[in-house]
Design a protein around this ligand. Structure first.
Ligand code: MN
Length: 232
């Protein structure tokens, strides 16, 4: 057994609907601008090739059970944005995965938020610098309980929504993705070898906006466990 000079960090993991076992998380990949209306609100046009960024695995904030989870308002920002997204959990790894094979690699699905320090992201974009400070901060990846793929229903046709203090901010359909889940997995696996435990945030629909301390955020995707957070 390997000896470590300091105790290893705890493994990030997600609860699973209907199971006591948890899903150990390896990496968190994210897709940028994957719904046309959101791409437009961020200043893009047309069907660009998908692009990817990562969050550290320990940026995961697992949302446990029905009671709201506390989302700590992060440092350095005046403009913390919500982005509700379908999160795909990889169960079978691979590289250069074909589009028509891609869905076999999915273990399950969840609702997640790609929390974004929009002011810092905009500043980094302006100077052509990496987005990490805008996207990869602590607790920037709240994710609800994972639903195994076989129990998730027809995710490709599901609705996706987010409310702040009971008011709707985002509502769309998974079918409105520019690059669907299979195409996203295929493209991502050309750049990185996917492994069991990887999560993929598949992009957000239009309606992203700022949240404040004290706000309650609820979000859902038809057929999956909902997510509830209180910002503190
Ligand atoms: Mn996003």
């Amino acid at each position: 057994m390997t000896a470590y000079v300091l105790p290893p960090a705890p493994l990030p993991s997600l609860p699973i609907v209907g199971m006591d076992s948890r899903f150990a998380v390896r990496r968190i990949y994210c897709v940028g601008r994957n719904y046309a209306e959101h791409a437009r609100e961020m200043g893009a046009s047309g069907r660009e090739a998908p692009f990817f960024f990562l969050k550290p695995a320990d940026a995961l904030l697992p949302v446990e059970g029905a009671a709201p989870t506390t989302l700590p308002y992060p440092s350095l920002t005046q403009d913390l944005h919500h982005e509700v997204e379908l999160v795909v959990a990889i169960g079978l790894g691979g590289r250069d995965i074909a589009v028509d094979e891609a869905l076999r690699h999915i273990w399950g699905y969840a609702v997640g938020l790609d929390m974004t320090r929009r002011d810092l992201q905009a500043e980094m974009k302006k100077h052509g610098r990496p987005w990490s400070i805008g996207k990869g901060f602590d607790a920037s990846a709240p994710v609800a309980a994972l639903t195994p793929a076989a129990q998730a229903g027809n995710v490709a046709q599901a609705g996706i929504w987010l409310q702040v203090n009971g008011q709707e901010r985002q509502r769309s359909q998974i079918a409105h993705m520019i690059w669907n889940v299979a195409e996203t997995i295929a493209e991502l696996s050309r750049a990185w070898a996917l492994q069991p435990g990887d999560l993929i945030f598949t992009g957000t629909p239009a309606g992203v906006g700022a949240i404040q301390r004290g706000d309650t955020i609820t979000a859902g995707i038809d057929g999956l466990a909902p997510l509830q957070l209180v910002v503190a």
